[in-house]
Ligand binder design. Structure first.
Ligand SMILES: [Zn+2]
Length: 263
């Protein structure tokens, strides 16, 4: 059973159980919390931002986490491919998520269960494109990309094997970025407004780096402000499929974006 080990306001509970009509509080009352439709990562699709407004951090304080109590994420790793290139999947994911360069800095602790155990809250799957496509529905991952939807992160095995053509650094870096990006979605984070905050700067890990880093440098680890966004806990863990309204987070805090549905 999927249980979020985190205290959430009504809005978050609504999202966790997949209800779209729950009322919400404070500045968030008129919008539907949850991921932009790009939580799935069909990186070749695009979002046209209709409007953006800065959202008060007051709302975030309602879900602030206890700094001395790590939030435990019990994850089952489910590798559904068996070739040599994917054999290191489990230890790699575990090492990335245990790293002090990653989401642990936001107060999360990742605990892993064997594939035959039932005591887990989230699943990270590595599978071939068609299976990822099925797991990610109604997001469209085109047989090429990965997604997070509810308690499931589905990673495309081909991306794991060879990254993408335009990836500028190492395959290890790509895999690290892929893990941190999709787990970032699991922690409620969305793609930032800007894929590149400035020439020569590291790209946010929540940017869609698979489709290019523009003038930025490739970056597999969350930036300091991305850590703060997770610490603030504005958005629910494990957001379900949602569509046309999003709340994202940037260097200046939460920002509401209104975007059309992306197929
Ligand atoms: Zn994404």
């Amino acid at each position: 059973m999927f249980i979020a080990r985190r205290l959430w306001p009504v809005a978050a509970v609504c999202a966790l159980v997949g209800l779209s009509s729950c009322s919400q509080t404070a500045e968030l009352s008129s919008t539907q919390l949850g991921p932009e439709s790009l939580s799935a990562d069909p990186d070749h699709t695009s979002t046209t931002t209709v409007s953006t407004t800065t959202v008060s951090l007051d709302a975030a304080s309602t879900t602030a986490r206890q700094p001395d109590q790590p939030t435990i994420m019990r994850i089952r790793l489910d590798r559904r491919v068996s070739d040599e290139a994917t054999e290191g999947f489990e230890p790699t994911v575990q090492a990335v998520l245990a790293s002090d360069r990653g989401w642990t800095r936001a107060g999360f602790e990742f605990v892993f269960t064997d594939s035959d155990e039932t005591d887990f809250d989230y699943t990270v799957v590595l599978a071939e494109g068609p299976e990822v496509d099925s797991l990610c529905l109604p997001y469209d991952t085109f047989g090429e990309f990965s997604c997070q939807i509810g308690p499931v992160v589905a990673l495309n095995a081909d991306r794991w094997r060879v990254a993408v053509d335009n990836w500028p650094t190492t395959l290890d870096d790509y895999r690290t970025m892929l893990i941190n990006h999709e787990i970032g979605h699991l922690l409620g984070q969305h793609h930032p407004e800007s894929r590149c905050p400035g020439e020569g700067q590291p790209a946010p890990v929540m940017a869609q780096q698979s489709s290019g880093v523009e003038a930025c440098t490739a970056n597999p680890w969350p930036l300091p402000w991305e850590i703060i966004c997770v610490q603030e806990g504005v958005e629910p863990l494990a957001p379900p499929y949602e569509t046309d309204i999003e709340l994202t987070c940037g260097p200046d805090g939460p920002v509401r974006q209104t975007s059309p549905v992306v197929p």
